[in-house]
Design a binder for this molecule. Structure first.
Ligand code: NDP
Length: 247
């Protein structure tokens, strides 16, 4: 496929990208718009979103928020659930019970709930693509983040199972696991991490010598939602410059 054909390869597709007001989500929105898709994005706060995208304000941690997003999205061909994040603590014992629940709601159950509302439409139409954003940190669970990595690990396991369930209906489901990416959320998390953990983990570098850019992750997502990835489902694409150990 030439670059010019590539540029419009999602023409006529309707996409939902959660958490598209900044960081990785905004880069995904821009790439899908550039590829010709019609894009709806979401965030809790009303602020600038990439030009050309429609917007709905909602909190994905709540069932009501997820329902509002699904109602606005209606029939989508592409679902990229990107909204998520982590707040580090000094260690496992310091993670309050409500933070475990919040991490599960934000980083795992929001996907289950959103898919439950939007996948039936994809099944009826006999096609659809779902991408969940996980984290390469799942490969090395660390004490300040166990609530977050456990929730993302559940997301990966669930995504694999959902991929097998939906494959006969022409729906592909994959996860993308970013490493350390320079985004407002990523930078804030690593600053908090450095304060609660004296080891150099927060400030380590990657084998390729630089942190990721949001576009590095968006490139992977744009590929996964395209027909070029038509034989790819049930996979977890780790985009981390080789930093985290593979099993
Ligand atoms: P940012 O914090 O920079 O952006 C997060 C986006 O999601 C914003 O648009 C934010 O808007 C929205 N969002 C956050 N919480 C909610 C919520 N409860 N309901 C609705 N929208 C919400 O994050 P990143 O771009 O860094 O991260 C994107 C994804 O990538 C996340 O799933 C994260 O876990 C994952 N990831 C990121 C890494 C990194 O280094 N950056 C590394 C590994 C994984 P608002 O605050 O207004 O709601």
């Amino acid at each position: 496929m030439t670059t010019i054909e590539n540029a419009r390869e999602l023409k006529g597709k309707r996409a939902l990208v959660t958490g598209g007001s900044r960081g990785i989500g905004a880069a995904i929105v821009r790439q899908l718009l550039d590829a010709g898709a019609e894009v709806l994005t979401t965030a809790r706060s009303v602020g600038p979103v990439p030009e050309g995208a429609a917007f709905v304000q909602a909190d994905v941690r709540t069932r009501a928020g997820v329902a509002a997003i699904a109602e606005a999205a209606m029939q989508v061909d592409i679902l990229v659930h990107n909204a998520g994040g982590a707040q580090p603590f000094e260690g496992t014992a310091a993670i309050p019970d409500e933070e475990w629940q919040e991490a599960l709601d934000l980083n795992y159950l929001s996907s289950v709930r959103l898919d439950a509302l939007l996948a039936p439409g994809m099944r009826e139409r006999g096609e659809g693509v779902i991408v969940h954003i996980s984290s390469a940190a799942v490969l090395t669970p660390m004490a300040p983040f166990l609530h977050y990595t456990a929730a993302k690990a559940a997301l990966e396991n669930y995504s694999r199972g959902l991929a097998l369930e939906l494959a006969p209906f022409g729906i592909r489901v994959n996860t993308v696991s970013p490493g350390r990416v320079t985004t407002p959320g990523g930078v804030q998390t690593r600053e908090q991490w450095a304060r609660v953990d004296p080891t150099p983990g927060a400030n380590a570098t990657t084998p390729l010598g630089r942190d990721g850019r949001p576009e590095d992750i968006a490139n992977a997502v744009a590929f996964l939602v395209s027909d070029r990835a038509g034989w790819l489902t049930g996979s977890n694409l780790i985009v981390d410059a080789g930093e985290f150990p593979r099993s």
